[in-house]
Design a protein around this ligand. Structure first.
Ligand SMILES: [Ca+2]
Length: 131
């Protein structure tokens, strides 16, 4: 995942994500291990088009459909230590954008990312079917 104010923050506009990948009809997976202090958290995703967010392989945000959206979900009592965050994303057409972050319950400020992150854009599989 990219570093910065948000754990994942990608804006491809109308362009291609990588050499050899078209501007439309592609998907990507992002993974990173992030340190969490024990607390209740809110998770957020903004995406165009589809996005799914997992923590430790538990699906917490499921917005796997076309168009721009902001989705959120809560996750209580996350344990101390590193947790695997995974984001699946697909771009159908037009602009491509995905941002994911989390905040302590009751706070609107994203928790600053801490941990060892990776960022991988695999070859594009076929686009998903209609919802
Ligand atoms: Ca799009």
């Amino acid at each position: 995942m990219s570093r910065g104010a948000y754990p994942l923050d990608k804006n491809w506009g109308s362009g291609s994500p990588a050499a050899g990948v078209g501007a439309d009809y592609w998907s990507a997976r992002f993974e990173g291990n992030f340190y969490f202090t024990p607390a209740d958290y809110d998770f957020f995703a903004q995406s165009d088009d589809g996005v799914r967010v997992y923590i430790d392989n538990i699906l917490i945000i499921d917005a796997w459909y076309d168009g721009y959206k902001q989705a959120s979900n809560k996750f209580d009592r996350i344990g101390d230590g590193y947790h695997l965050m995974r984001v699946d994303y697909y771009e159908r057409a037009g602009d491509g954008y995905v941002r994911v972050w989390w905040a302590y319950r009751g706070s609107s400020n994203p928790v600053q990312p801490s941990g060892n992150t990776s960022n991988d854009i695999p070859p594009p599989p076929p686009p998903p079917g209609p919802p």
